[in-house]
Design a protein around this ligand. Structure first.
Ligand code: ATP
Length: 279
């Protein structure tokens, strides 16, 4: 007899098990007055790559900082809703505590320490660890990014692509389960963008690292991800399996090359009302 629960089923868009990360209807306010996230919800299932897309200022970086606890350093606060990791709330916790739980944010603009070497930057990524396997892990990062091993000078002199790789390598030093990646393709040549996305896929496949990927490069992000969210003005306006989003006419128009600078609001699309019923 076939057990229905174990019978093979087509890839489902929504996960059956509780997600690794769940952001539930959060509101974020900066400086006590500036409301930036207005009821944002999303889920990241374990072992997957989930893309978070949207125009400049939509609130993507703010979402990542709310998860990693880095909002505090910018006088921002989650004022409503909750963020749970493995079913337990992490809302408002210190960034250090969140890193120790296995969540690491690779910041936009890379934020490596320019007047330290690549090696010193990597050691810094392990600062929350107490174990003695740090040197082995640095060797493993060099296996992923051999070019970094050759660069012995100050990190400030690394190319844009190398700095991005160092930022990802530094995240690996914390042995993360979930990486929050903010615009890894920013400022890179098309060839390097391809290389960086190749590495992101490899980290997910080989090391089982779950990734929440914020990107302006929707095309690359939706190729790498299994699921995607599109946000505008502090909330999600559309979400779905990456494949479905890639074929969605509105997404194509606004995020896959059709839109250009004079993009209208996603919300003003006639078809948006129809699609909204799916949300
Ligand atoms: P981008 O791709 O341009 O970084 P984004 O979608 O990541 O865009 P956020 O950086 O999250 O957007 O910014 C969302 C809104 O929050 C913007 O209007 C921005 O001006 C505002 N904002 C961001 N950081 C702060 C801050 N520290 N204090 C006040 N307002 C902020």
């Amino acid at each position: 007899m076939t057990d229905i629960a174990t019978a093979e089923s087509p890839k489902a868009a929504a996960p059956a098990t509780p997600p690794l990360l769940s952001v539930n209807n959060i509101e974020v306010v900066y400086n006590d007055v500036i409301l930036v996230l207005r009821g944002l919800s999303l889920e990241v299932p374990e072992g997957q790559i989930v893309a978070l897309l949207g125009a400049n200022g939509a609130g993507k970086s703010t979402t990542l900082k709310a998860i990693s606890g880095l909002l505090k350093t910018e006088d921002g606060e989650v004022t409503r809703g909750s963020i749970t990791y493995r079913g337990k709330t992490i809302t408002g916790q210190d960034p250090g505590a969140i890193v120790r739980k296995g969540i690491f944010q690779v910041m936009e603009g890379r934020r490596i320490i320019a007047d330290m070497t690549a090696h010193e930057n990597l050691r810094l990524g392990a600062h929350t660890r107490r174990d003695r396997e740090i040197a082995d892990d640095i060797d493993r990062v060099y296996e992923y990014f051999p070019r970094l091993k050759e660069r012995t000078g100050l990190a400030g002199y690394l190319s844009g692509g190398e700095q991005q790789m160092l930022a990802i390598g530094r995240a690996l030093m914390a042995r993360p389960k979930l990486i929050l990646m903010d615009e890894p393709s920013m400022g890179l040549s098309p060839l390097l963008v391809k290389e960086v996305f190749g590495i992101i896929g490899k980290l997910n496949r080989d090391l089982g690292i779950t990734i929440l990927l914020v990107e302006q490069n929707a095309r690359m992000a939706l190729q790498a991800a299994s699921y995607g969210y599109i946000m505008e003005n502090g909330k999600v306006v559309l979400d779905g399996a990456a494949e479905a989003l890639r074929d969605n006419e509105d997404v194509k128009e606004f995020y896959l090359g059709g839109g250009g600078e004079a993009r209208k609001s996603f919300k003003n699309l006639k078809s948006f009302k129809r699609r909204k019923r799916w949300l």
